[in-house]
Design a protein around this ligand. Structure first.
Ligand SMILES: C[S@@+](CC[C@H](N)C(=O)[O-])C[C@H]1O[C@@H](n2cnc3c(N)ncnc32)[C@H](O)[C@@H]1O
Length: 184
């Protein structure tokens, strides 16, 4: 059976190579940051963002325990401020929307008012042949609304500049799904 996480990673890896610059816009427990860190290796750079100090601590642990190269910058700030920290193009970006798993702090979920400007800026920062992955969790109210908002916005992007696709399990409507934005 198709595993959406494996599918997400294979999309990212088809665009990313050693030495590239990338960003994890929702660090959480650092699993995506670790994946990106290993993908770009010693000579690459990973910028990672979260609004919770506990996410940075947890990510630091994940990166150390997985033996990741020291190619990452962990930033305690909202992803809609990412441009202040990333002064260069990125080859890949990941948004895993929602709240920190296992934290019990569901109120600290990503929200439409900051998700939209963050996604717009991330698309602007994309290098040619760059990729943005946005995973949406429609099983909670804000997640469902984020997905509707993103579909509306992403549908407006020029097909001559970007390819936007959506991957969703049709017979499980509350399962997570994701958008892929690829810059031509
Ligand atoms: C589903 S978790 C991410 C999981 C993570 N990618 C991993 O591999 O463990 C979503 C994260 O987004 C963070 N978040 C919420 N609002 C944010 C914002 N405005 N900017 C950056 N991160 C935010 C939450 O604190 C939470 O840790």
């Amino acid at each position: 059976m198709t595993d959406l996480l494996t599918l997400q990673k294979s999309f990212i890896l088809s665009h990313l190579k050693k030495g590239d610059v990338c960003a994890d816009f929702t660090m959480g427990n650092g699993h995506d940051t670790a994946f990106l860190s290993k993908a770009v290796g010693e000579s690459g750079r990973v910028y990672a963002f979260d609004i919770q100090e506990s996410a940075l601590a947890s990510t630091r642990k994940t990166l150390e325990s997985e033996g990741c190269p020291q190619n990452y910058t962990l930033i305690l700030d909202s992803h809609h401020n990412a441009k202040k920290y990333i002064g260069e193009k990125i080859k890949a970006g990941m948004f895993n929307l929602g709240y920190l798993p296992g934290s019990g702090k569901k109120e600290l979920t990503t929200k439409r008012e900051t998700t939209l400007p963050a996604v717009k800026d991330a698309i602007e920062m994309l290098d040619s042949d760059g990729i943005l992955l946005i995973a949406v969790y429609p099983g909670h109210a804000e997640g469902e609304l984020e997905g509707i908002m993103l579909k509306e916005y992403l549908s407006t992007l020029s097909r001559f500049e970007m390819s936007v696709s959506k991957f969703r399990i049709v017979n499980s409507p509350t399962s997570p799904y994701f958008f892929i934005v690829e810059k031509k």
